[in-house]
Ligand binder design. Structure first.
Ligand code: COA
Length: 532
């Protein structure tokens, strides 16, 4: 396969872009650093004083030494609830335990007692969805006060609320995907149901508790006064009720037991790793910031991005001379085969049809798809409409929707309008979707939105219901709204993606995700475990 050449020349323009991009990465790292503090110094100390280990340290003890851990949506709930619910109070991610990739779902009890906000539920559900699709066992590190009561209407009653997480747990167990819980804190109501619905349960003596209703609920409901340990302590549940299968004397012992359980799962051995030797790109991924820059209006050649993501920078481009605004081609990432679709400008009919054809090729060859999104949309205007852009773009959307191969999306620039659909945006359920810190996502850009909205107002003006001052106000208001709502932080806070990643991390993150899918043909689909 031929290697892509780079035409990037370092100079003042490149340096300016690289410096601006470095600012974006600094901000991202600071924000990632901020959420590591959980519920703050005071609550972290209280947590430790109770002999409990902070959530990310628990995960460190659980996963294999020196193995990667892909944390998902670390900035969920960012700037929501006056930024007092870091990471939405829950850590989710894929880690390797006893040699097996597993989904880890772990409550942070320093954040409002590990209780569930709307974004916590969404993040928990999303982790389960990823586990289901990629056939991963789920390991729950439970320390959870159930629904955050002031938010109960956004957490409890609807389909994709708390009940949905339990439905998924039962369905995954039914599909042969082990569900294992370790209980570290006083788990109440919904928090109690996570272990109660697990295939195997470990409880920590002294701190772990499971009660469908905690002492205040019991008092309110049946006027019984009882302490938490008597009601739902680890000893009682391990020796009397049988809700717990293993009693651990410490958190470390519980985590070691969880590793032992995973080691005994009898999972089919993974196939030999990577289909090809893994080779770094010829061109340096650290240059991506300087290439892409921070100004979405400034075009860049997406070949330069591909050349810094794929093995050996090798790329077998499909139909390079046709529909060139959509670059399609075959490559390898960390030894796994991929078909890449990447934007190099607005999508015309030719590009849409070429993309649909390329997806069919990948489907026939069982080659996973990677979408690199930087798209203002499909072409508009009389010529485009007369050329059938609506039906040609629909062909791409159909191909994206119906292909049988795994799909992965990275938003490396703009993600606007129907371009988002044709390039496998969140609505099209790619297995994973990550954004770069320069990304923007909205129906349209702030400039276009302001023009549309003020034009509508101007039409009202001719009917005498608006004036120029009001139009100026609406223009400003629309710009502010679109600018604020299209940032990657606004998006990731609301779980519209699986996290913001640095451009230089893209090939490693995709490599991990692709490796999960490469094993799945071997994996089982058995029966649920009914707790007795
Ligand atoms: N809803 C609303 N707020 C909750 C909550 C819940 N389910 N669980 C905890 N919180 C809040 C507390 O009010 C407190 O808020 P503050 O810091 O603003 O004062 C904070 O989270 C920490 O709780 P705290 O009780 O100090 O922590 P803890 O570690 O000692 O105990 C729990 C944790 C979960 C055992 C305890 O908070 C509790 O019993 N919560 C209620 C559980 C419940 O009844 N859930 C039913 C949901 S349907």
């Amino acid at each position: 396969m031929q290697a892509l050449e780079s035409r990037v020349r370092r100079g003042p323009d490149f340096d300016r872009n690289a410096a601006a991009y470095a600012g974006l990465i600094d901000t991202l790292r600071q924000r990632h650093g901020h959420i590591l503090g959980g519920g703050g110094e005071k609550l972290r100390l209280r947590h430790r004083d109770r002999g409990k280990i902070p959530v990310r340290e628990r995960i460190d003890h659980l996963v294999d030494p020196l193995s990667p851990f892909l944390e998902l949506s670390p900035l969920a709930a960012w700037e929501l609830y006056v930024n007092e619910v870091p990471a939405a109070g829950i850590v989710t991610g894929i880690g390797v335990v006893a040699g097996l990739p597993c989904m880890v779902i772990a409550n942070d009890a320093t954040v409002k007692g590990g209780s569930f906000f709307a974004e916590t539920v969404k993040k928990h559900l999303r982790a389960q969805e990823i586990a289901f699709e990629n056939k991963l066992p789920c390991l729950y590190l439970v320390d959870c006060g159930g629904a955050f009561l002031p938010e109960q209407d956004r957490v409890f009653p609807d389909r994709d609320h708390f009940g949905g997480t339990f439905f998924q747990q039962c369905r995954m167990s039914g599909a042969g995907l082990p569900q294992i819980s370790a209980v570290f804190g006083a788990c109440t109501a919904g928090g109690a149901y996570i272990p109660a619905l697990s295939d195997e349960v470990i409880m920590v003596r002294g701190t772990g508790r499971i009660h469908l209703g905690g002492p205040p609920i019991v008092k309110a409901a049946i006027n019984e006064v009882v302490d938490g340990e008597t009601l739902g302590g680890a000893e009682m549940h391990s020796q009397v009720s049988g809700v717990s299968d293993y009693l651990a004397n410490s958190e470390i012992e519980a985590l070691a037991k969880m590793r032992d359980i995973v080691a005994a799962i009898n999972w089919p051995a993974p196939p030999p790793r990577a289909q090809r030797p893994i080779r770094p790109p010829l061109h340096d991924p650290a240059e991506l910031g300087g290439i892409v820059g921070t100004d979405l209006k400034r075009p860049f050649d997406v070949h330069e991005v591909i050349a810094r993501v794929v093995d050996g920078s090798e790329f077998q481009e499909f139909k390079p001379a046709y529909g060139a605004m959509l670059v399609c081609g075959f490559a390898w990432i960390h030894g796994e085969p991929v078909g890449i679709l990447a934007n190099n400008g607005v999508l015309f009919s030719e590009a849409a049809v070429k993309g649909a054809h390329f997806i069919e090729l990948c489907d026939q060859r069982r080659t996973p798809l990677v979408f690199l999104q930087n798209i203002t949309g499909f072409m508009v205007g009389t010529e485009a409409e007369r050329g059938g852009i609506a039906k040609h773009s629909a062909k791409l959307v159909y191909a994206v929707s119906n292909t049988r191969v795994p799909r992965y999306t990275v938003i490396i620039g703009g993600s606007y309008g129907a371009g988002n659909y044709g390039m496998c945006g969140r609505g099209f359920q790619p297995r994973f979707l990550f954004s770069w810190p320069n990304a923007r996502i909205a129906t349209m850009s702030a400039d276009v939105a302001a023009t549309v909205v003020t034009d509508l107002r101007r039409a009202s003006l001719t009917r005498g219901v608006a004036n120029e001052a009001e139009i100026a106000r609406v223009d400003q208001q629309t710009r502010t709204q679109f600018e604020e709502q299209s940032t990657p932080y606004y998006a990731t806070a609301r779980l519209w993606d699986d996290g913001i990643i640095e451009p230089g991390q893209t090939r490693d993150v995709l490599g991990l995700c692709l490796a999960l899918a490469s094993r799945e043909a071997e994996l089982p689909g058995y029966r649920p475990v009914y707790r007795m």
